[in-house]
Ligand binder design. Structure first.
Ligand code: TYD
Ligand code: MG
Length: 459
């Protein structure tokens, strides 16, 4: 076969050259050139002419178009179905991203059990592991379906042939960075390879109505390795995140053409694979210390689900000239702002203290309703006063020290009461949202001084 011709294209402005350049002569950006295959085969990019026999290109009346929801494959993993707004859409193209070792292969292997047992054929293509390694994992996860085919291959042509041969309903590609096609000369994992492979898999999915899930690695900067164009190409982008030192894992949807992107799924990594966490509040609050200062509980919303979590703060006298500030699991700048509000509006001086703030459980939240709890935890640690463990603190804090209303307060209050908390502090603006007949005392506060008064003196 003749060597495929390549060209280099600036990914910022689209300028094309025959050789790689460090700086784009057109837009002046540096290191933006990516290699691209020049399509020799004219038919490949030819716009299709209307084919009466297939009837593909005919416009349809909106009412007559088939409803996608009817064609969802339930994955059988409730947390995953929740993130996917009800299951995998048939013929969709999904990208699952995440740090190495976070559990992407585990999740996708586990998925094969319920889907396979429904009689759907699955092809699991692993470019990273041998077939026996995949089997080892499947055995560990107790997958015993006859409908799972495993292929250890990285050449896309062979994978396409295998797909046409088996005609599975679901194809899992683990991972896109290991796949290559002869049409592009660069190494697997390079921008142009990833893009070309992604494009060919997309065609495979859409032309044959096969559901394709691809795994993508994440770069050090936290972005999906390979071009962003991959994210534009797919229907759904899921991120699997979590701290490897914690067993909790969060599956987050960042793009979804078939539903909302608000929902998250929570899993726990165990010796027998990923386990769904059906009650995240209980999971996140387990192991909460008692009788110590610097711990506050709040209720966040993740999509439509309320979730109780613990905010911890530690204030200690600094031994250096520059006091340190650190925030783990939440927005650093927001914490700095809250410290300033606390200093100015409540007169708690922290100029000679190191302040550390942490959301326990290794998860990340950046919802404004967390503010009041962060502030309370810091104040509690500064004053060395224990916050009553039966209090939940909800509210956003403004720059003048006012407690601002939060959305879906009713759900948050109900969840807190359900988890057995006796007192719930909310912003005054949400006073009307207290559900009837709950078994907890709800206290409304105007500003942070009211809040501190309640939590630091409440026995
Ligand atoms: P893996 O799914 O291979 O991660 P990824 O594909 O995202 O790179 O799994 C990563 C880790 O999960 C691995 O370090 C071992 C651990 N693990 C368990 O703790 N229990 C299990 O049952 C399995 C299969 C893996
Ligand atoms: Mg893997």
């Amino acid at each position: 076969m003749a060597k495929a011709k390549v060209k280099f294209v600036c990914s910022a402005c689209g300028y094309e050259t025959g050789k790689w350049l460090g700086k784009c002569p057109s837009c002046g950006e540096f290191a933006t050139f990516v290699e691209e295959a020049v399509a020799d085969d004219k038919s490949r990019f030819k716009s299709p002419v209307a084919d009466e026999s297939k009837g593909a290109a005919r416009p349809l009346i909106l009412r007559d178009i088939k409803d996608l929801d009817a064609n969802r494959i339930k994955t059988g993993i409730a947390e995953l179905d929740r993130v996917l707004s009800g299951g995998l859409v048939c013929g969709s193209f999904t990208l699952v991203g995440g740090d190495p070792g976070i559990g992407k292969s585990t999740l996708l292997t586990q998925l094969c059990k319920p889907i396979g047992s429904e009689g759907r054929k699955i092809l699991y293509v692993s470019g990273e592991e041998s077939a026996s390694q995949v089997k080892l994992r499947a055995d560990r996860l107790q997958i015993d379906t006859d409908n799972l085919y495993v292929l250890s291959e990285t050449g896309l042509g062979l994978i396409e042939a295998a797909v046409k041969d088996i005609m599975p309903e679901l194809v899992i590609i683990d991972s896109i960075q290991t796949m290559y096609t002869d049409e592009v000369t660069s190494a697997p994992g390079s921008v142009s390879q990833v893009r070309e492979c992604g494009y060919r898999l997309l065609r495979l999915a859409k032309q044959n109505g096969i559901t394709v899930i691809i795994v993508g690695h994440v770069t050090k900067e936290g972005q999906l390795a390979g071009p962003r164009v991959l994210e534009h190409m797919v229907d759904t982008v899921l991120y699997f995140e979590g701290d490897k030192n914690f067993s909790g894992r969060v599956l987050r949807c960042v793009k979804n053409r078939f539903g909302s992107t608000n929902e998250i799924g929570i899993f726990e990594m165990t010796g027998l694979g990923l386990k769904e966490v059906l009650n995240p509040s209980e999971y996140l609050l387990s192991g909460r210390p008692s009788g110590v200062s610097g711990s506050a509980v709040t209720c966040c919303m993740e999509g439509t689900r309320p979730m109780l979590l613990e905010v911890q703060a530690l204030a200690s006298y600094t031994s250096f000239g520059m006091p340190r500030r650190m925030a783990a699991g939440t927005d650093f700048n927001r914490v700095i702002m809250l410290l300033a509000v606390l200093e100015k509006r409540a007169g708690i001086s922290m100029g000679n203290m190191d302040i550390y703030v942490n959301i326990t459980g290794g998860i990340r939240v950046s919802e404004p309703s967390l503010d009041a709890a962060v502030l309370a935890a810091v104040a509690s640690s500064c004053k060395n006063a224990v916050i009553n463990p039966d209090i939940v603190i909800i509210g956003e804090v403004g720059l003048t020290g006012e407690l601002r209303g939060v959305n879906m307060c009713e759900k948050r209050i109900s969840e807190s009461a359900k988890m057995g908390f006796k007192t719930i502090v909310i912003p005054s603006a949400n006073r009307k949202e207290v559900p009837k007949g709950i078994n907890a005392r709800v206290l409304a506060c105007e500003n942070i001084n009211g809040l501190l008064n309640i939590i630091l003196n409440y026995k």
